[in-house]
Design a protein around this ligand. Structure first.
Ligand SMILES: Nc1ncnc2c1ncn2[C@@H]1O[C@H](COP(=O)(O)OP(=O)(O)OP(=O)(O)O)[C@@H](O)[C@H]1O
Ligand SMILES: [Mg+2]
Length: 224
């Protein structure tokens, strides 16, 4: 079994109106390599602007790097065509951001099912038991029919965790997953995120400024 996430010699320079200047572009990542096995976690740390989100977006197939390869569960992410890459993202990856990005007019359960709806109506119907199970494991068994504005901040972020895990992703990509929560809630959501990722055998990549969260990861990558 190949490792869940294998990044080799990744480099990226932003060009164009925002990235370019007289110097001909902003070099953000230079020769980054990393491996994360299923069940492991990698903290990506470094100052603001050091390229943490850029790295996560390259790994998730949202930005094509200038050089290097990203393999997730054996798939070469940037060698796929756009359709295959979209399907790959929907089935092999889960994303969690600082803001939960739940759709306000959908219930918690419907928001969790969004990940399966992207694949089709029958996929979403088949995923209902798993959505309910995930919500229950996150302590939200009685909150499935609440809309986001009727949930607390910590509960909303737990719904985002359930949504990210719905399709049993090989890797969970998290950008400041607890950044919008107070200390106590951040700790609880982190506990659940680590426990579920381990139980589900997903590799965790976590961009964070929070030293406590970074210290809980099995590995660490510091960008400068
Ligand atoms: N689309 C873009 N075009 C041009 N430059 C960009 C683009 N996105 C980011 N940058 C620049 O690339 C650098 C790295 O950005 P990135 O968002 O990866 O940093 P970060 O480490 O995630 O920072 P933060 O901790 O503030 O979120 C920054 O200098 C940023 O201004
Ligand atoms: Mg960032």
């Amino acid at each position: 079994m190949p490792a869940a996430v294998i990044v080799e010699h990744l480099s990226h320079t932003y060009t164009g109106p925002t990235g370019s200047g007289s110097t001909g572009g902003l070099s953000v990542l230079t020769d980054v390599s990393l491996t994360v096995e299923a069940g492991e976690s990698l903290a990506v740390v470094g100052p603001s602007g050091s390229g943490k989100s850029t790295l996560l977006n390259c790994v998730g197939g949202l930005i094509k790097p200038d050089h290097g390869t990203v393999k997730i569960a054996g798939d070469d992410v940037h060698a796929l065509d756009a359709t295959a890459r979209a399907r790959f993202r929907a089935t092999k990856l889960g994303f969690i951001f600082q803001e939960h990005l739940l759709l306000p007019h959908l219930t918690a359960e419907e928001n969790v099912l969004m990940a399966a709806l992207a694949l089709g109506r029958s996929e979403a119907d088949a995923a209902v038991p798993r959505a309910r199970d995930l919500l229950a494991r996150l302590g939200l068994g009685a909150r499935g029919d609440h809309r986001p504005d009727a949930l607390s901040g910590g509960e909303r972020q737990r719904v985002a965790v359930a949504r990210a895990l719905l399709n049993k992703p090989a890797a969970l990509l998290c950008d400041e997953p607890t950044g919008s929560l107070d200390r106590a809630n951040a700790g609880t959501v982190a506990d659940e995120l680590f426990a579920l990722a381990k139980a589900e055998g997903a590799a965790l990549l976590i961009v964070t400024h929070d030293p406590t969260l970074a210290a809980r990861c099995t590995h660490r990558l510091e960008l400068r």
